[in-house]
Design a protein around this ligand. Structure first.
Ligand code: ADP
Length: 144
């Protein structure tokens, strides 16, 4: 039933990613599904003007993408999945928009997300997870 599964990963939150591992593995096993991991980075322009680094000390877009790709592959390696069924993509923009777009592009039939950062207990459903649940045209599994 679920052959193409999108698993959005927040690279800044290892614990949140770990939560979804058994669920993804279970669905992947049932149908030999393809698992598409997606990490969304904020646009580089959003860092300017924050004053945290002098101009010229920002990583180049290429370095940033390469670094993110390596990070995402590391996260993916924590899942026990057949290599030929694992796909990793980095996108830039607003996480919820890019997640919904990627789901359309790959023809996902299931999206698996964690509900929210484990250390933030005020919200039971994070903003990205909430938007995905609300706007996705596919089934969404929210892991708690
Ligand atoms: P919180 O608001 O507590 O950080 P989120 O709604 O952002 O919670 O996170 C829930 C889920 O949304 C994550 O487990 C992940 O699947 C997805 N997500 C959040 N941010 C990103 C991102 N930058 N790239 C890809 N997926 C993300």
């Amino acid at each position: 039933m679920y052959k193409t599964i999108l698993v959005p990963i927040d690279l800044t939150e290892d614990n949140m990613s770990r939560l979804v591992i058994p669920h993804v593995e279970n669905f992947a096993r049932q149908e030999d599904a393809h698992i598409h991991f997606l990490a969304v980075l904020p646009p580089l322009s959003s860092f300017y003007g924050m004053g945290s680094l002098p101009v010229g000390h920002y990583p180049s877009e290429k370095d940033r993408l390469q670094h993110a790709e390596a990070g995402l592959r590391q996260v993916a390696a924590q899942f026990n999945l057949p290599e030929d069924r694992v796909h990793c993509t980095i996108a830039i923009g607003a996480p919820r928009d890019r997640i919904l777009l990627q789901a359309e592009e790959i023809g996902a039939d299931l999206i698996i997300v964690a509900s929210h950062r484990p250390d933030i207990t005020t919200y039971l459903l994070g903003s990205t997870a909430a938007s995905v649940v609300r706007h996705a045209s596919t089934a969404v599994l929210v892991v708690r």
